[in-house]
Write a protein that binds this ligand. Sequence first.
Ligand code: PGA
Length: 247
Amino acid sequence: MRKLAAGNWKMNGLAADLAEVKALIAAHPAPSCEVLLCPPATLIAQMAAARGGAPLLIGGQDCHAAAGGAHTGDIAAEMLRDAGASHVIVGHSERRGDHGETDAAVRAKAMAAHRAGLVAIVCLGETLEERRAGRTLEVCAGQLAGSVPDGATAANTVIAYEPVWAIGTGLTPTLAEIAEVHGALRQALAQRFGAGAAGMRLLYGGSVKPSNAAAIFAVAGVDGALVGGASLKAAEFGAIVAALEAA
Ligand code: PGA
């Protein structure tokens, strides 16, 4: 299984910021892990042009479940692919929170990604209240069961465990807590998908930065990271890529 360093630019990035992509490629022209950037949809085609022949992967941050139609403002998975994307994030906690996306909606989006030939990065994770109530494993297992479609394979699906309270806060779970959730998710995947799930990658996300990346990547069951804020600058994201290569 190749590890994956994924960056989520969220609602950040103008054409001028593609300079960061060029700097990232210059510093890491042939990474031993997969490197993915998910810019706002407005930049996907330009980022695809900017990468040239470099092995940088590009993804969307969300997609609609339908392939087309009267859905003003939405973007179909097929459109992301057409623009140059190979991946799409679905079910990010900001989508679940800001737009009321349910597990069923996230599952439909993941199925749309698969229909379009995209790898779906399915996000899940507990809130602080849920962790304090001792419900972390139950909540994550429930989101995994509800958000991941039956057709998921190691080739078309990546799972990102992102505790909601760790996103953009500078807070992270302990390494033991990350290991516990990843172990439980791996077990749930094996129960549902059998041997086919063995290679499905489990990313950790939430306040990953150069200073904590190596320790997180050393945790058993962590196959990479989904990085928000620290993915915006080539120097920071490049340091995280280097930590994953060394893990
Ligand atoms: P963060 O975001 O790295 O800024 O905490 C992670 C994410 O939302 O994917």
